[in-house]
Structures are given as C-alpha cells and as structure tokens.
Design a protein around this ligand. Structure first.
Ligand code: SAM
Length: 282
C-alpha cells in the first residue's frame, strides 16, 4: 500500500461555480438528454416504486424527474449539503429531500428502494469510501432493484483533439491521485458492485457535444465543461506545481487554450463519461 498522504477535501471547492451551474440548469439539461432518460430500466420502474437519488444538489434534476413519473413513485434525494435543497413549496408530496450521507443511510431504509441513481459523486469519494457507500446501497436496495451510476471515466477521458488535452488531463489526474479518487471507474466499479451483491452489470460510454462545430449544443457543452474546469481551480492551486500549474495565470491560460481549441473545431463528441447499471441479486 502506498504511504502517500491523501487529502480528504472535496475537489469541487468553488461553491459559486457550482451554484451557477445548478441555477443555470444547463448541465442538468445536458445530462438529462444524454443520461437520465436513457436509464435502461426506466420504463419498467415507472409505475409504483421507490427511488433514491444520491445527488440532491441537482434539485432541478430531481424535480424534473418527478414530473415524468406517476405520483405513486416516491423519490428520496439525499445530500450532505442542504445548500441546494429547494423551497419546500416547490416540492411535490412524493419527493423528499434529506440531509444524509451515503456512508450511513437511515436504518429503516433496508431493502426499501427499487432504484438508486448516483451521478458525479466520484470527486467527493475516496477509493476506500466507495466500499462503504456501495455496501450501504446494497443494503437499501430491494433484491432485484437497480442501481445506475454515472461518472466521468477520467482515465479514458478526452475532451479535445488539440494539444491541451494531455496537459489538462495531467493536471486532473494529479489532483485525483492526491485525493485517492477512483480514476478508472468503468473498470474498477464493476468488481466492487459484484462483490457487494450486484449482478447483470453493464457499462455504457456516453459522449457530450463540445465546440463551435456542433452548434448550440456544442456551445452549451463548452459552458458546462469550462465551468467544471473553473470549479476545480482552487483545489489544483492548493498544491504548488501540481501538473505544472504554479499560479492562477497558468491555470487560466490552460483553460483558455482548451477553449480556443473548442472554438477552432477541435472539440467534438467528448468521450469518457460512463453509465454503470447493475441489479441487486434476488
Ligand atoms: C459534484 S456534485 C454532483 C451533483 C449532481 N449529482 C450533478 O450531477 O451535478 C456532488 C454532490 O455530492 C454531494 N456529496 C458529497 N459527499 C456526499 C456524501 N458522502 N453523501 C451524500 N452526498 C454527498 C455534495 O454535497 C454534492 O452535492
């Protein structure tokens, strides 16, 4: 085992950036299009069931999803931060936001959910913590229930066909290593799920349109991905020289270079985003 000291802090530390992303709803729209409603088991789960979304920060997603299913579907959205919980007046009776950690879900939720969705949590969770979280998910899902786990697969991620791709990837991978974050999610998550009692595990890769050559959707992609890069800046700058970044100017110029590549047609369908589905054994 490595003796390297890992940081526990959450990588997306710029609350303002996250806030802007959530309130603009643009990342939500994008992921709704690319992921949410292509849920493999969505149709069979639409009628009468109980879902948990480990992602209450995305209130737009949670409330949007509720509109697409009958009110008989109970939706529980959990998060350790209540910052983005909606005004209770906006929340329909079948949707429940609660302040909970995925490492210790309520005892009364054992075998409670037909479906669990988690999305973009990996930057907040270390490799050993995933073992605890997946074991909790396994406890609270009913036998035969499904889990859908959507993350960037940073190892296979490629966001530009230009030279900045490798430079920026080096920065992100160095940051993830500092935090002992799961980098090869598409290959490391399935064995963990299997060990925790899940079967029928599938991994699908998805892409996001980014760049001026892909019209409005590509421009929206630039906004979403660039916001994510800017949200990571404070975490990168906490470590002197990480991935060659010695100052804010270094970081900003790398992000500008990437944006320029996207504007020059070097974006495209950005790969490295995976959706893992699994069923809890009967
Ligand atoms: C990057 S955001 C992702 C939000 C949203 N799912 C999305 O796709 O944009 C990660 C969210 O996970 C929450 N989070 C981090 N650690 C958590 C934990 N142990 N239990 C529950 N939520 C957690 C954070 O508060 C934050 O709202």
């Amino acid at each position: 085992m490595s003796n390297e000291k890992h940081e526990n802090a959450y990588i997306i530390v710029d609350q303002k950036e996250s806030d802007e992303r959530s309130s603009s709803g643009s990342s939500t729209d994008m992921y709704m299009t690319t992921v949410s409603f292509t849920i493999k088991h969505f149709l069979s789960l639409r009628m009468q069931s109980c879902w948990m979304l480990a992602q209450a920060q995305e209130r737009v997603w949670s409330l949007g999803l509720a509109k697409t299913v009958p009110s008989t579907v109970a939706i529980h959205a959990v998060d350790i931060s209540t910052t983005f919980f909606p005004d209770p007046k906006e929340v329909p009776p079948n949707v429940h936001f609660s302040h909970n950690t995925i490492f210790s879900l309520p005892a009364q939720w054992t075998c409670h959910f037909d479906f669990i969705s988690l999305k973009h949590l990996a930057a907040a969770i270390s490799v050993p913590q995933w073992r605890v979280a997946i074991s909790e998910f396994s406890r609270v899902i009913k036998p035969g229930g499904y889990i859908q786990w959507t993350e960037y697969d940073w190892d296979t991620w490629s966001f530009s066909k230009g030279p900045s791709n490798e430079s920026y990837k080096a920065v992100v991978l160095a940051l993830l290593k500092k935090h002992n974050v799961m980098v090869n999610i598409s290959s490391d998550a399935p064995p963990l799920l299997s060990e925790m009692g899940f079967e029928d595990i599938t991994v699908d890769f998805r892409s996001i349109p980014v760049g001026s050559s892909l019209g409005d959707e590509g421009m929206k992609g630039i906004h979403v991905i660039k916001s994510g890069f800017l949200a990571m800046k404070p975490a990168v700058l906490r470590y002197k020289g990480l991935g060659g970044m010695n100052s804010e100017e270094d970081y900003d110029s790398l992000v500008q270079a990437i944006e320029q590549e996207w504007m020059n047609g070097l974006g495209g369908e950005v790969t490295g985003f995976c959706v893992i589905c699994a069923r809890k054994a009967l």
